[in-house]
Every structure is written in C-alpha cells, then in structure tokens.
Design a protein around this ligand. Structure first.
Ligand code: DON
Length: 608
C-alpha cells in the first residue's frame, strides 16, 4: 500500500513537473501582431491633427485620445466638451482592457417633482433646456483618469492640452458644419446670453470662414491642464458653474436653477473604473462598454442573436440570386430583405430589454448575467420568425437636434482607445458658463423621468432608469474594440446618434464581418434604425427601395423613410493583424482620419 502511494505521489510529481515545464514554454514573452502605424479618427480635422501629433511625438493611444478630446472641446462645441461626459475603453495590445465611466451624474437635489407642471403633468422641456437639464459634468475627471491610468508617462496633462489651449486662444476657422448647426433655430433658442454672445456675434450665427476665439475657455483649459480635475470641480470654475445655473430660468416656471447643482455635487464627482463587457462574434472578441451605457449590452445581444442564424448561407443565396438576375445593385448584393429583417428583429429585442432593465448599476440591480446569458440570447433568436413582430403602439418622436462625438485611436504598439463623449443635445443645454467659457450638458433627459414617457430620442424606460440623486442616466454610447481571435486590436469603433449609435455601430460591424464589405463602403452604406418603441423601422435615404418594399410587404415591417442621417461612425480597421490601418471618418459629417506617415483624409462638406 505504502509502495503504491509512493509510486502514485512520484507519478503526480512527474506530471506536475511536466506541466510546469510546458507552462514555462508558454510563459515566453508573448508576441502580438502590431499595426504598422498608429491612427486617429475624430469628427474634426483639427482634433485629429492634435492626436496625430501626439502619436508622432511618441505618445500612446491614451495620450493621443486625451489631446484629441480636449481639442474637440474647443473646435467642435456641438458635442466636444468639458461640461459633458462619456465613456472610454482602453484596450492594451495584450488584451488587458479597462473602461472609464465619466457619465454625468444627477445632483443631490434631483427630484421628479421639479419636472412636473402645476397639474402634475411632465414638462419635458425642463429636461432638455434650462438649468434642470444639466447633470454634474464628467469629462474633466474622465479624461484625467485616461491620462493618469493609461498614458505613456512621456507627457504631462499640460502637454496634451496645449493644442486645445492654442486653438481656443488663437482661434480657428469655423467650418461649414459648425456654421450649419448654428443656423438651426432650435439650437439658438436653447442658448443663454453668454452662448449667444460667443456664437452669434452681432446677433448673427458665426458663418463658415469666421474666426472663433474662446479666451475664457482657454483660461479654463489652462487651469485644468496645470492642476488637473480639482481646478474644475473645486474653486473658481465650480463657483462659476453653480452661479450660472442659479441665474438660469426653469422653462415654463418662475423658478431658477438655484441649488440644482451645488459645490458639493461638483466636489464629489468621480470617474468610475468599470470592467468592460466581453463577447464573441464569429471568432472575434468584442470588448464593449458596460452600464450605465446600454450600448455594449445591446451590441453583444444583437451580435449574439445573429451569430446563430445562417448569415453566410443567406448572403450567398442573395448573391447567387443577384448573379442570376444581374442589375445595378442599389446596395450590397449579399444584403437580402431576410437578412435586414433579422438585423431589425434582433435590435428590437435588445431595445426592449434596455427599456425594461437597464440603468445605473451602482443604484439599481441590472441583471447583466441574465441579459447576456446564452440561453436568453438563444431564446430571443428562436423567437425571430419570417415576419416582423412589433409589440407596441407607435409613437412619433420629436426631432430635436442632437450631437455626440466619438474618437478612435490605435497606436503603433497596438493599444486602442475608443471614446464617446457628449453634451447630449447639440451644444447641450445651451448654457455657457460665464467667465469659464464652456457649455453645460442636458443629460438629465436621458433619465426616464416619468415611466413610459418618451424622451427627446423617443426612448422609454422604467424604474431602472428613473431619476434619482447621484444616479447616472442610461446611455446608448457604444465605444467598442474588436480583437482578432482575441489576439490583436483590429477594429476601434463608435459613433454619435443617440439610440442610433447602436444601429450605426452594429450595422458597420455586420457589413464588414458578414457582408465582407471594405470599411469605406460599410461606413458609407445607408442605415436603418429600430428601437422597439416607437414601432416603425426608419430608413436613411438611399436605402434600396426594393429592399424596403420587401420588408414592408412580405416581412410585415412598419417602415418610415427619414430625411436625417443616422450616426457618424469613426472607425479604425486593420484588415489583418499587423497590417496598415485604415482610419475612416463617416462622410455624413466633417471629421477626418489620419494614419502616421500618410496624408489626413479630406473632410466632407455639409450638403447644400
Ligand atoms: O448617452 C446617450 O445615449 C445620449 N445622451 C447620446 C446623445 C447623442 O448621441 C446625440 N447625438 N448625436
């Protein structure tokens, strides 16, 4: 017996040793394919330039993303910001991934009663303009975290803020996009007198070609650059924010915003590190943002539902049918009405879960495990039949001007940053902080202030996203990084567009990875949007009319053609690990992509 035990132990030791030896072989420094050059893409060429210069001077993706985001706060005031918030993913080339939640937060005084009129009815204007629409800003804290946690250490915050400060001090030439946005009467109506003085000198919107100087913003940026977030959240700038809101009038009321955001709300703001969501789609690892954004959950649900459907067979069938009856295709010949029907139905189901279950995970119980469980996703998948299954009555959303902005960076070592930031509506609440030169967000509208009352995007929600002090409103921002088999960052993607962010990101990924389109084509292709409520699926102009007719006819989808464009995707894509990246800014807007050593792409001009 003793002898047997001894032999067994010796045997176990031998097995362990062998295991250790083979482990040692695996512990050799892993080599990861890296891109040939780094790349930056954003919605303004001056911001892309700021990021590219940082990469060229030896900065990494986090350094470049911070410089780009701060430059957007100056050159792209529609959405770039200090007074807003957002989400950032940093995915190191080794696959170690972190997420920073710098979403704006409801102040301690937040109460639904402030949004109700004298008869108890919801005054939805209060959530989109005026002081009550403003939530405690997150960007100064979030960008600092990105710099401190993930920056290369070769730059100070002041180095990264320098291009933004120069743009604000010397001024920059207003492009056609900013001029067009300022000529929108809804935008003008939301702005306070300080914002009007800056953007409408002499009572007229700044025209294309005008020089926009922002000396107060330059001072704010300089204070932040030298002292970090405490310069924003405490002291003079914080006092100016509190005073600005105290002076602002609440729409349809005699009240002001006094006491809405206090010094203590600002002093207690923190960017929160989160664990990114991870999923798989056709052998690629998808790294995505967890709540309080709904974007990652919905993207993984949509891709998960679709993964189990015969996408390749359907694409080949559609291509073969097209080859038999060749005509000038209006869209990809692999995109059948059945394929689009599947994409719509998957998205409808994801948005239904969003409305019922998603909210700030620090204050409500978000059933993430259940929502992302294979069994639930499979159940959802098998419930997709051959025709549309709309579940709710239609509601027509009010079209408000909107703006968010996304930037993607991939450095030459293969580290990726995917960062989406927003003021919510275009130019946010329109409240410019006098003496500090920046606009405040109107993110309070992203809460479900009253159950099932649609917000400016037509989104409905339940208790999970009810307004509560200290809570972060649910978002659809979907910064995402795709890794080739989990081994290298090959796609860095995100978009603006409210709920259409999810449609834009999902459809560009599906076109690249299922329809095998080149990225330029996948981005240019027309998009559809479905968000469960309202019921119809909207189509951008240019969507193949035969396809829309087939969806409306044999697939039973309520459809709706929109005159708007959906999203603005900022994409960096490597055709294969180690290749030269492509940096593509959506031609729906005026952004630019740049790859190190190559000329920057030419921005699109606004349609006449
Ligand atoms: O977080 C969200 O989902 C919204 N606040 C985003 C707003 C937006 O994308 C507006 N437009 N492009």
């Amino acid at each position: 017996m003793k002898c047997f035990l001894g032999a067994a132990l010796a045997c176990a030791a031998a097995v362990l040793l062998a295991a250790c030896k083979s482990d040692a072989a695996f512990q050799k420094e892993a080599t990861w394919p890296i891109p040939k050059h780094g790349a930056v893409v954003s919605e303004h060429p001056l911001a892309t330039r700021a990021g590219l210069d940082v990469l060229n001077r030896g900065g990494n993706a986090a350094d470049a993303a911070v410089a780009t985001a701060l430059a957007l706060a100056v050159a792209y005031p529609q959405a770039g910001n200090l007074g807003g918030g957002g989400f950032a993913l940093f995915v190191a080339h080794t696959g170690v991934a972190s997420a920073i939640d710098f979403r704006e937060t409801a102040p301690a005084a937040a109460a639904v009663a402030r949004f109700l009129g004298s008869n108890g009815e919801l005054v939805s204007a209060r959530a989109v303009r005026g002081p009550l629409s403003v939530a405690v800003p997150g960007s100064p804290a979030g960008l600092y975290e990105l710099f401190r946690e993930h920056g290369s250490g070769r730059f100070s915050l002041a180095d990264l803020a320098r291009p933004a400060i120069e743009l604000a001090t010397r001024g920059f030439t207003v492009d056609g996009w900013l001029a067009r946005d300022l000529s929108d009467l809804n935008v003008r109506a939301r702005m306070n007198s300080a914002a009007l003085a800056l953007f409408y000198p002499g009572g007229k919107p700044l025209a294309e070609g005008a020089l926009l100087r922002q000396p107060e913003l330059a001072t704010t940026l300089a204070l932040y650059a030298n002292a970090g977030p405490s310069a924003f959240y405490r002291g003079r700038i914080a006092d100016l924010v509190v005073a600005e809101l105290a002076a602002a009038r609440v729409p349809e009321s005699t009240e002001t915003g006094a006491g809405w955001i206090t010094s203590s709300d600002l002093a207690s703001y923190r960017a929160i590190p989160r664990t990114p969501l991870r999923g798989w789609f056709r052998g690629m690892e998808i790294v995505a943002m967890p709540p309080p954004s709904s974007g990652g959950v919905m993207l993984l649900q949509v891709l998960g539902m679709l993964e189990g459907l015969p996408l390749d067979a359907e694409r080949e069938h559609a291509r073969a049918a097209h080859a038999l009856e060749p005509s000038e295709p209006r869209d990809d010949p692999g995109l059948s009405d059945r394929m689009v029907h599947w994409w719509i139905e998957a998205q409808r189901r994801a948005f239904a879960d969003r409305a019922a279950h998603l909210g700030d995970p620090d204050l409500v119980n978000v059933p993430l495990t259940e929502l992302l469980a294979h069994a639930w996703i499979a159940e959802r998948r098998v419930s997709i039949g051959e025709v549309a299954e709309p579940a709710v009555a239609p509601w027509a959303p009010v079209r408000e001007s909107m703006q968010t902005t996304h930037l993607s960076v991939l450095d030459a070592q293969g580290n990726a940053v995917s960062l989406t930031t927003t003021l919510n509506s275009r130019f946010g609440s329109g409240i410019l902080v006098r003496g500090a030169g920046f606009l405040l967000n109107n993110e309070i509208d992203d809460f479900a202030i009253a159950p099932n009352a649609p917000n400016q995007f037509g989104l409905v929600g339940a208790a999970a996203n009810a307004l509560q002090p200290g809570k972060r409103p649910l978002s659809t921002m979907t910064p995402t990084v795709v890794r080739d088999g989990g081994h290298a960052n090959t796609t860095v993607i995100g978009s603006m567009g409210g709920p259409r962010i999810l449609s834009s990101v999902a459809q560009v990924l599906l076109r690249i990875f299922v329809l095998e389109e080149v990225p330029e084509r996948a981005i240019r292709a027309p998009r559809f949007h479905q968000q469960w409520n309202p019921l119809p699926t909207s189509f951008e102009r240019g969507f193949d009319p035969a396809l829309v007719a087939a969806l409306a006819g044999r697939r039973g989808h309520p459809v709706d053609e929109s005159s708007e464009t959906f999203g603005s995707v900022q994409l960096i894509h490597l055709a294969e690990p180690g290749a030269q990246p492509a940096a593509i800014s959506d031609p729906r807007r005026g952004g630019a992509g740049a790859v190190q050593g190559k000329p920057m792409s030419t921005p699109a001009v606004p349609p006449p």
